[in-house]
Design a protein around this ligand. Structure first.
Ligand SMILES: NC(=O)c1ccc[n+]([C@@H]2O[C@H](COP(=O)([O-])OP(=O)(O)OC[C@H]3O[C@@H](n4cnc5c(N)ncnc54)[C@H](OP(=O)(O)O)[C@@H]3O)[C@@H](O)[C@H]2O)c1
Length: 263
């Protein structure tokens, strides 16, 4: 993607991107870095492609202790946090609808997609409120309003919960100077989705292109004809966390190439 000059509009800001080592999270972290922020990324494993300008904290955010460790490490080492991008999430439960799912499937999905952001918000908000400034982004999914019951039932329910929680939180903290926003992407072309397509192709004896078309058909079609690139999602977030978006809070931004068929 073409490199823009963002005039260091995030210079002096401290940002945390959860899951910032791969996929959308990595693109978001690099976009905030380009705009001049100090960027911290978290994941369970160290990044394969190292970028020495991204400060890495290893942590499993699907556990309460993981979130506590990240909050205390960031506040001890950097003194504050200005921008929190709650990006981790995903689905690894079996397909097959309600009967195929155990309590453990529901719990693991809710931990990663809903409780992880809730815990981090709770940990970082007090210092944002004290300073009357801060931006929190929740990465949800179009599945929060367009559920695919056969393949990702707990994920869709967790993301719907995240959208609702995000709105409540914004109502509570907007008067205290903190902005809270939701981004709901459609399909993004990430490492995880490439691996997933490969698996579908192998299991169905088809090509990756046919598998991609099958996924687009299951979504009811993507009018744009392709998934988003991670950098396209990152670009929206780069704007939303910047001072150019100072009056935006409590709203959801769908970035899906037209997938959701309703207004
Ligand atoms: N890809 C899509 O099509 C799509 C569509 C709509 C919404 N989204 C949402 O966009 C966000 C990013 O998705 P993505 O596809 O870019 O993900 P991804 O490529 O699978 O990357 C996930 C990142 O999160 C980290 N992570 C996963 N579980 C973690 C845990 N328990 N604790 C700490 N870090 C963890 C991963 O690193 P480690 O594995 O090393 O921990 C990795 O850095 C998610 O919220 C997803 O639901 C994605």
């Amino acid at each position: 993607m073409e490199q823009f000059n963002f005039n260091n509009e995030l210079s002096g800001k401290i940002a945390l991107v959860t899951g910032g080592t791969k996929g959308a999270g990595r693109a978001i972290a690099e976009r905030l870095l380009q705009a001049g922020a100090t960027v911290i990324v978290t994941a369970r494993n160290a990044p394969e492609k190292k970028n020495s300008n991204l400060h890495f904290i290893a942590s499993d955010l699907s556990k309460a202790e993981g979130a506590q460790n990240v909050v205390s490490e960031v506040l001890t080492n950097y003194g504050r946090l200005d921008i929190l991008i709650n990006n981790i999430g995903g689905s690894s439960t079996p397909a097959g609808g309600f009967a195929a799912l155990s309590d453990a499937d529901w719990e693991s999905t809710l931990q990663a997609n809903l409780l992880a952001p809730i815990r981090l918000d709770r940990g970082f908000l007090p210092q944002m409120i004290d300073r009357k400034t801060g931006v929190i982004i929740h990465i949800a999914s179009i599945q929060g309003k367009l559920p695919l019951y056969d393949s990702t039932l707990p994920y869709a329910a967790a993301k719907a919960g995240l959208r609702n929680y995000s709105k409540s939180l914004s109502n509570e903290v907007a008067p205290k100077g903190v902005r809270v926003l939701t981004i709901s992407p459609g399909w993004i072309n990430t490492t995880a989705s490439e691996a997933w397509l490969g698996e579908i192709a192998r299991n169905s004896n088809s090509t990756v292109e046919e598998a991609q078309q099958g996924v687009m058909d299951a979504l009811g079609g993507i009018p744009f004809g392709r998934p988003a690139e991670p950098e396209e999602v990152a670009e929206l977030i780069g704007f939303l966390v910047s001072p150019r978006a100072n009056y935006l809070t409590g709203t959801e931004y769908i970035i899906d190439g037209g997938t959701v068929p309703t207004i």
